[in-house]
Design a protein around this ligand. Structure first.
Ligand code: PLP
Length: 379
């Protein structure tokens, strides 16, 4: 019997494996009872660990602890932000490449949504924004810091400057950026900024919204006074503590993340040599993300081939409940024709050059078989 192939996980943008630091911190808390709102010693201990985690998470994104609330994940943090920013505006300008957590929440609200286009490289079009702001009505905008499918980093600081000059606010979904590149709320000029624990090695089901001095979110629901009344309900203490530990480790490891780009690009060069396109390649990108497409080899078949060979990647993020639909991100970039063939590989803190090269080996092997078959069919 041959030994099973080791599983190679390259789908960190979907979720990152729990960091050992986060696991240890989380497990320690699970065994300690205590509601952070209780006044006895166990309650005070729970409050202490939550506040320590708040400091760790705030440090990762340059936020003030008194303006950071924990949520049940990135989706909820985005929803809380959009509720705050859409109040009293005539339109919400939402970039065409936003995650469903932003796009669908915005569309479900009462404020009309206008889609803010992106360039062919997947970068939000600042000229469009400038022209739109000249109309002079009251707007707010949402622009993610880095795209989950292509990894393309957005010109958030420039957008914030344009918006602020027009008296408008900006929400930044930094869920994919936090822990992969430096994130600083003030330097970005974000009025609200959302992050999620599980994308940076914390547990699933925890997130945070940070906000600037003059923003006052309104809660999505009512209840107790937890999280300044902005997120009523007993805190998920263990998840928050795991989030804090992950954020601290991620901040310390940021320089290592930057080093990932070289291994990713070496793998990309090999795929390009046989005709694959790298989406967003000419734009600044996250160091860990590779979005590629090659006509003739559908995404789901690529995912299956790689999975059988022990490499786990994604057919693009336009996938929920197990269903894959054409990626609105690639469509917005004018690459709709490539969307059925797009694949996303993404690494993280435990990924090294050997993983990227094993991914490229297996992909090239699969592609050689597909193209040989196509050549036979044509002949
Ligand atoms: N925003 C972006 C850019 C994401 O990639 C994701 C998750 O895929 C989310 C928001 C949602 O975060 P969560 O899974 O924590 O709700």
């Amino acid at each position: 019997m041959t030994a099973p192939r080791p599983i190679l996980y390259l789908d960190w943008n979907a979720t990152a494996p729990l960091r050992p630091e986060a696991r240890a911190a989380l497990l320690a808390v699970l065994d300690a009872p205590g509601n952070p709102s209780s006044v006895h010693a166990a309650g005070r201990k729970a409050r202490d660990v939550v506040e320590r985690a708040r400091g760790e998470v705030a440090a990762l994104i340059g936020a003030a602890t008194e303006r950071l609330v924990f949520t049940g994940g990135g989706t909820e943090a985005n929803a809380l932000a959009l509720r705050a920013l859409s109040d009293g505006v005539d339109a919400l300008l939402v970039s065409a490449i936003e995650h469903d957590a932003v796009m669908q929440t915005a569309r479900a609200g009462a404020t009309p949504v206008e889609v803010w286009p992106v360039t062919a490289e997947g970068v939000a079009d600042l000229a469009w924004l400038e022209a739109r702001l000249r109309r002079g009505d009251r707007v707010a905008a949402a622009l993610m810091l880095a795209n989950n499918e292509t990894g393309v980093i957005q010109p958030v600081a420039q957008a914030a400057a344009l918006l602020h000059a027009a008296g408008a606010r900006l929400h930044v979904d930094a869920v994919q950026a936090a822990g992969k590149i430096p994130v600083d709320l003030a330097a970005l000029g974000a009025d609200t900024l959302a992050i999620s624990a599980h994308k940076l090695g914390g547990p699933q089901g925890a997130g945070a919204l940070a906000f600037a001095t003059d923003v006052r979110p309104t809660p999505l629901w009512r209840g107790g006074g937890q999280e300044q009344g902005l997120r009523p309900g007993t805190e998920n203490v263990a998840a928050i503590v795991g989030f804090g530990a992950a954020a601290k480790a991620a901040l310390a490891a940021l320089p290592d993340m930057a080093d990932q780009a070289a291994a990713r690009d070496a793998a990309a060069a090999r795929l390009k040599a046989v005709g694959a396109s790298i989406l967003g390649e000419a734009a600044p990108r996250l160091p860990n993300t590779l979005c590629l497409a090659v006509p003739g080899w559908p995404s789901d078949r690529q995912v299956m081939w790689l999975d059988l060979g022990g490499v786990q990647v994604s057919a693009g993020a336009a996938c929920s409940s197990g269903k894959v639909r054409p990626s609105p991100v690639l469509e917005a970039m004018g690459e709709g024709a490539l969307a059925p063939f797009a694949l996303r590989a993404s690494g993280g803190y435990a990924t090294d050059a050997s993983h990227w090269s094993a991914f490229a080996d297996l992909w090239l092997d699969g592609y050689a078989r597909v193209s040989a078959r196509q050549r036979t069919e044509v002949a």
